[in-house]
Write a protein that binds this ligand. Structure first.
Ligand code: ZN
Ligand code: ZN
Length: 292
């Protein structure tokens, strides 16, 4: 049984429609796939229909952008009720924060005497649902203000530089609480993916486990063999479940092919047990797994 618990569609920053993603998962020989777009459940309906038609098991989830002790943490929430008011509100705040960041940066740039408009950013980012700093950097290159992205970040867009605008980030602990209220299960995505020297460390993960964390994504392309071994040991010590997944983005991210990492069937079974316990505690009508 091949199980991939973390993938993206065009509902966030992937390049496949939800239906195409599910069909690609079936074609890749997966038995179970989770759709986990950033901060949204908007791809779930289409993915469900496709899963029923191609006969693959579908887990509905989302990857929520949070922050803990100054470090960005991506939280995978599996099978929550997306209509829960607190969850809906948390997701809306994150999306609003993302959408207001670029206008705020452009405002700062204009204050610095750079003639840049939203249309300049759109021109270099056709078809993107949510523009961000890289697109602003590309627009600055396009306008001839800087030579390349690196210079754009160094002069204007990095933290501490004059056009930098901090992004709203939800608190990890509050978000975990909201996901639990909505009957979902929390797993930290690529815990040592981008933030280098091993933050969150074991002590932090122990605190998070106390706060209701169910698991960590150990097998991920951002983790080398050594980190995977250490994370697996930490999961063992703390009783966390271990997942593995591709973090597939279609053609939006190289080296993240569907099924390149997978979750062991017994870990998946544990996840589903925890999900039904969470659902029961919450009293919410959560989405079940879509079974072929
Ligand atoms: Zn992520
Ligand atoms: Zn992801």
């Amino acid at each position: 049984m091949r199980i991939d618990l973390h993938t993206h569609s065009v509902a966030s920053d992937g390049t496949d429609t939800p239906a195409a993603l599910v069909r690609a998962a079936a074609a890749a020989g997966l038995d179970v796939v989770a759709i986990t777009d950033h901060d949204t459940a908007s791809g779930w309906g289409e993915a469900e229909e496709a899963a029923q038609s191609v006969g693959i098991e579908l887990v509905r989830g989302m990857e929520i952008s949070t922050r803990h002790e100054g470090v960005g943490v991506h939280l995978l929430a599996y099978l929550p009720d997306p209509g829960h008011p607190a969850l809906d509100e948390a997701l809306s705040k994150i999306l609003a924060g993302r959408n207001s960041r670029v206008p705020a940066m452009l405002e700062r740039l204009r204050g610095l005497g750079v003639a840049i408009e939203a249309s300049d950013v759109r021109r270099v980012a056709p078809g993107t649902a949510a523009t961000g700093r890289p697109h602003v950097a590309d627009a600055l290159v396009d306008l001839g203000v800087v030579a390349d992205r690196t210079e754009a970040f160094r002069r204007f867009l990095n933290p501490g530089r004059p056009a930098y605008v901090d992004r709203y980030a939800a608190s990890l602990l509050e978000t975990m609480d909201v996901v639990a209220q909505a009957g979902g299960v929390c797993v930290i995505a690529h815990p040592w993916g981008r933030h280098g020297p091993h933050e969150p460390d074991e002590a932090t993960l122990a605190e998070l486990t106390e706060a209701g964390l169910a698991g960590i994504e150990v097998d991920h392309q951002d983790h080398d063999a050594h980190d995977r071994e250490r994370l697996r040991a930490i999961a063992g010590n703390l009783g966390l479940l271990v997942t593995g997944s591709s973090d597939y983005h279609g053609t939006g991210k190289r080296d993240h092919d569907l099924g390149c990492n997978t979750t062991a069937p017994e870990q998946y079974a544990r996840l589903l047990d925890l999900a039904s316990a969470a659902a029961q505690r919450s009293g919410r009508a959560v989405p079940g797994v879509v079974r072929p």
